[in-house]
Design a protein around this ligand. Structure first.
Ligand SMILES: C[S@@+](CC[C@H](N)C(=O)[O-])C[C@H]1O[C@@H](n2cnc3c(N)ncnc32)[C@H](O)[C@@H]1O
Length: 422
């Protein structure tokens, strides 16, 4: 039990929540490995929270749904679920991951598709009409092949099959571009080999097909009658969901100034024409560098202290963090509104550091949650596995990976805040 915020410093790690014994294959079981996604949950962690804090047929929300880990785990555990995200790439991936397809139906359609791809001819120079940003990322030859492949995928009539292939296509885009694959940030690698898009697609399709088979087998033994999984574009600050309607929230907000989700998914966002204008798309995301920059008055005592220390090092960053905390406050108020009385929100997040200023997101969240009318019942400290999450930060405070540039190991711990609506 956390009595005072100060006691967080002395919190001991709880190894039962670290899942360090699990292999990548295990954490990517069923449909969880369909698509790369930054900072995605370990499904076993979500499942443990579901079993602890909800029962069958309850309704579970992830208002920062990402690639749909909570939604898939809710389905496997026979809970209704809702996933919201502002990122259309996330919504596409979640739609594909939600549905288990009859393995024989899938194999038949795969054969047809692979046959079509093997006969593929480049009919036009699609590159001439490409979005300038896609021209920046793709070589002409690869772009043209990818576009012909995409047109074939788009013609698949059955929606759930088409979404499955679109997800596969989206996943290979980075590999088939000159995106520097070892970097978490958008960086070009002019010397990158030209991977064959058809080979990449076929390889990933085979992997997804075997994952689907496993997922299908798991779901076959479940009682999913009446269980719903709903995926919507939505903003965690204003979900549009009914008051007192949710039994459990399991979610992880974006980590401030760490990942620029819109930038990271720009290939999918632009390719699928989810957006034409990256700048306006970025404004919808919280925890990003873009958007209006001003100091917010609506933040807590600790938040103000952090912002004031930061503004001595970097005023613009201080404004971003101030806005991030003010946004988190809105999210927690919204969570309180939509949760049923006595039900819980499980919020997973971590702290960071910039030029020796500790950015204590967890403690600020505890303050914000209490101010919103939650009782903070428990805070669990878990060790992060570098297999699933990079603990490194670069000079600007953004995530980087260990093989790249000057970096600092910051993220070692993650916290799970269990907050109850009183
Ligand atoms: C840490 S990730 C969540 C990952 C997720 N737990 C999973 O397993 O895939 C945070 C997510 O928040 C989304 N996001 C950012 N701003 C948002 C907003 N205002 N409303 C809803 N989602 C938002 C991002 O697109 C990103 O997918």
């Amino acid at each position: 039990m956390i009595e005072g915020i100060q006691s967080l410093r002395h919190l001991k790690q709880d190894s039962s929540w670290s899942f360090s014994n699990l292999s990548k294959k295990e954490t990517n079981y069923a449909s969880h490995g369909y698509h790369k996604y930054p900072a995605k949950f370990i499904p076993q962690l979500v499942s443990k929270l579901l079993l602890e804090y909800s029962k069958k047929n309850d309704t579970v929300l992830d208002c920062f749904g990402g690639c749909g880990t909570t939604l898939v785990e809710s389905k496997i555990n026979e809970r209704n679920s809702i996933a919201l995200d502002v990122n259309h790439a996330a919504l596409l991936i979640t739609k594909a991951k939600k549905t288990a397809i009859n393995p024989n139906t899938l194999l038949n359609q795969n054969n047809l598709l692979i046959n079509q791809l093997s006969k593929l001819k480049i009919k036009k120079n699609h590159y001439l009409k490409a979005h300038p940003r896609l021209k920046y990322w793709f070589k002409e030859k690869q772009y043209n092949v990818l576009m012909e492949m995409f047109l074939i995928v788009k013609k698949v009539k059955e929606k759930r099959l088409r979404i499955f292939y679109e997800c596969c296509f989206s996943d290979i885009l980075k590999n088939c571009s000159i995106w520097y694959s070892k970097s978490i940030k958008p960086m070009r690698d002019i010397s990158k080999p030209d991977y064959n898009p058809i080979e990449m697609f076929t390889q990933h399709l085979n992997f997804m097909t075997s994952q689907n088979k496993e997922y299908y087998r798991i779901l076959k033994d479940k009682n999913l009658k009446g269980i719903t999984s709903s995926i919507r574009e939505g903003d965690a600050r204003k979900t549009g969901l009914h008051s007192d309607s949710i039994d459990l929230i399991i979610t992880s907000p974006p980590y401030a100034i760490s990942y620029e989700y819109a930038d990271l998914h720009q290939l999918t966002l632009l390719w699928f024409k989810f957006t034409e204008n990256m700048n306006s798309t970025k404004q919808k995301f919280i925890g990003t560098a873009s958007g209006q920059e001003h100091f917010s008055e609506e933040i807590t005592f600790l938040a103000k202290k952090i912002v004031s220390k930061l503004s001595k090092k970097d005023k613009s960053l201080a404004k971003q963090i101030s806005r991030y905390y003010s946004d988190l406050g809105l999210v927690y108020q919204e969570m309180r509104r939509i949760l049923k009385k006595g039900k819980r929100a499980c919020i997973i997040l971590g702290d960071t550091e910039y030029k020796k200023v500790k950015i204590k997101n967890t403690e600020v969240s505890i303050e914000l949650l209490r101010n919103s009318g939650f009782e903070v019942e428990q805070v669990i400290k878990r060790k992060l596995s570098s297999k699933t999450f990079t603990p490194y930060r670069d000079q600007e405070g953004k995530f980087t990976n260990s093989s790249h540039g000057q970096k600092k190991k910051i993220y070692q711990w993650e916290y799970i805040i269990i907050a109850k609506k009183q």
